[in-house]
Design a protein around this ligand. Structure first.
Ligand code: NAP
Length: 247
């Protein structure tokens, strides 16, 4: 049996678990950080919670006799991706990053790409007063000192300091373009802030912003650690994980 650890917390990771579980010669263990209160659970074996840094992850991989790791975490989950790269390199366990493609600007978009959340916070004031903040609950504190009004959408409430003038909307995608347009109109949004998460689950807000001619502040993705193999399609990840010989 080939034992594969899928670092998850994403739709791709759940889809990957389904595909790998179909192969009787594979055991899949999916790992979640345990951040959200009611996570969407992958099929098969699941473990929840941090490993304890690089050391903890390396120990866990050894004890659980893992043959390969697919890091299918969210593109902005940079720490676990860095930890996986270091732990796998140390143990010579094959590692693949499955990272969905980012969104690309289309005609009519008014996108402003910035390096990080701090840069996004500096820019929003110049673009508008009523901000739709859709970066998840982590990192909301980067906007704590902003003077504008914020509609903050997240799955669970932020545990950090939020901007003083704000309203919290607890919702999980997918969202429709019509609903996003209506939401932005209702709250008279004049600037949208988002990570470049990619995928279909939360892309409707970008189409809505395009229709309403609202500027978008897009926080750039952190890079994948150098030397780590990455793919953007589920099929490619399945082929890699099921190849007769792992690299
Ligand atoms: P992160 O900053 O890269 O990781 C912080 C710590 O959380 C890691 O050092 C690790 O703790 C633990 N961790 C993260 N992902 C884990 C996993 N899949 N299994 C076990 N431990 C994990 O990660 P994050 O941005 O907080 O994201 C946490 C989870 O939420 C990830 O699974 C990610 O796919 C998902 N998610 C993140 C975002 C986002 O915008 N960042 C969006 C949607 C979903 P130890 O060092 O103790 O091992």
């Amino acid at each position: 049996m080939r034992r594969i650890l899928v670092l998850g917390g994403t739709r791709e990771a759940r889809d990957l678990a389904v595909r790998l579980e179909e192969d009787p010669s594979v055991t899949v263990i999916s790992s979640l950080a345990g951040r959200v209160r009611e996570p969407a659970l992958p099929v098969g074996e699941v473990r929840i919670g941090g490993f304890g840094g690089v050391e903890g992850l390396a120990d866990w991989l050894s004890v659980n006799a893992i043959d390969a790791v697919v890091d299918a975490t969210h593109p902005y989950a940079a720490r676990i991706t860095a930890n996986a790269a270091l732990a796998c390199a140390r143990l010579r366990v094959p590692l693949l990053v499955l990272r969905r493609a980012g969104w690309e600007a289309a005609t009519g978009d008014r996108w402003h790409e910035v390096a990080d959340l701090a840069a996004a916070a500096r820019l929003v004031a110049a673009l508008g007063e009523r901000v739709f903040l859709t970066i998840g609950r982590q990192g909301v504190d980067a906007f704590a000192d902003c003077s504008g009004w914020f509609l903050i959408r997240a799955i669970d409430p932020p545990e950090v300091v939020a901007p003083s003038r704000s309203q919290l909307l607890l919702e999980r995608g997918p969202f429709s373009v019509e609903d996003e347009v209506a939401l932005m109109r209702e709250h008279r949004i004049d600037v949208l802030v988002t990570k470049n998460s990619g995928g279909m689950l939360t892309s409707a807000k970008l189409e809505a912003a395009r229709r309403l001619r609202i500027p978008v502040v897009l926080v750039a993705r952190p890079p994948i650690p150098s030397g780590v193999l990455s793919v953007s399609s589920l099929d490619a990840a399945v082929r890699w994980a099921l190849a007769p010989e792992l690299p």
